[in-house]
Design a binder for this molecule. Structure first.
Ligand code: SAH
Length: 223
């Protein structure tokens, strides 16, 4: 982030956030609750130091462990598609920096988030403490198995791409619940999918084309 003459870091942040919200509006993300939750998450706190000046730019940025934080508009689209109610329990696969988690925490009753890298989970937890977000429970493990002990969930969001939705995750969505995930090849373009669980199975809708890092089975051995 660039700080202009006489501008404090906080003023600069507010300006960057306002510009980001404007871009979200341009793609139709206007829901009050969603916009406020995004406004309340200081994205610069989540990106690595070397990317801080680009924290609010409209693109994905590299983070630790060879992963990426999604571009603001993609985060906005996923948050808005998930349609989180204040009484909802949400399961998130792919904590990464915890940016998407922090946004969900302002919308939901409780967020359960899993990443396969201990390093990422530890850094995300420390950000949640800084922001005083107390309704997030983390787990280092294989998110492809979900977290059955805490389920079923009203909402499930996967922020890494897979060829198909892992079987275990389908089972942890309650009837009437929603699952959002990028579905497609690991090294190509995926479709951002929104599924709703009904009496007779799932109905899916493609929301657009995206590129996410892949969902990888198993807990990371090191890191
Ligand atoms: N939403 C994050 C970015 C996620 S990047 C943010 O806002 O910063 C995708 C994440 O999915 C990576 O951190 C990666 O480690 C994680 N991931 C990939 N496969 C996984 C698996 N099987 N279980 C849990 N996490 C996984």
């Amino acid at each position: 982030m660039t700080v202009g003459a006489g501008q404090t870091a906080e003023e600069a942040r507010r300006e960057h956030i306002a510009e980001m919200i404007l871009r979200l509006r341009q793609v139709g993300i206007t829901d009050r609750r969603v916009v406020s939750a995004i406004e309340a998450a200081p994205r610069d706190l989540f990106v690595p130091n070397e990317s801080r000046r680009d924290a609010y730019a409209e693109r994905a940025l590299p983070i630790d462990c060879g992963q990426t934080i999604s571009a603001p508009v993609i985060v906005g689209m996923m948050t808005s598609a998930l349609d989180v109610g204040e009484r909802d329990r949400v399961l998130e696969i792919g904590t990464g920096t915890g940016y998407q988690t922090a946004i969900l925490a302002r919308l939901a009753k409780q967020v359960f988030t899993i990443d396969r890298f201990r390093t990422l989970v530890a850094a995300a937890e420390s950000r949640f403490r800084t922001l005083r977000l107390t309704n997030i429970t983390t787990l280092v493990g294989d998110g492809m198995k979900g977290w059955p002990e805490k389920g079923p969930y009203d909402r499930v969001i996967v922020t890494a791409a897979g060829e198909t939705v892992p079987e275990a995750l389908w089972k942890q969505v309650r009837l009437g619940g929603v699952l959002v995930m990028p579905v497609g090849p690991a090294d190509g373009v995926q479709k951002l999918m929104r599924y709703e669980r009904g009496e007779d199975g799932y109905t899916g809708k493609a929301l657009g084309e995206v590129r996410f890092v892949p969902l990888i089975p198993g807990k990371a051995e090191r890191l």
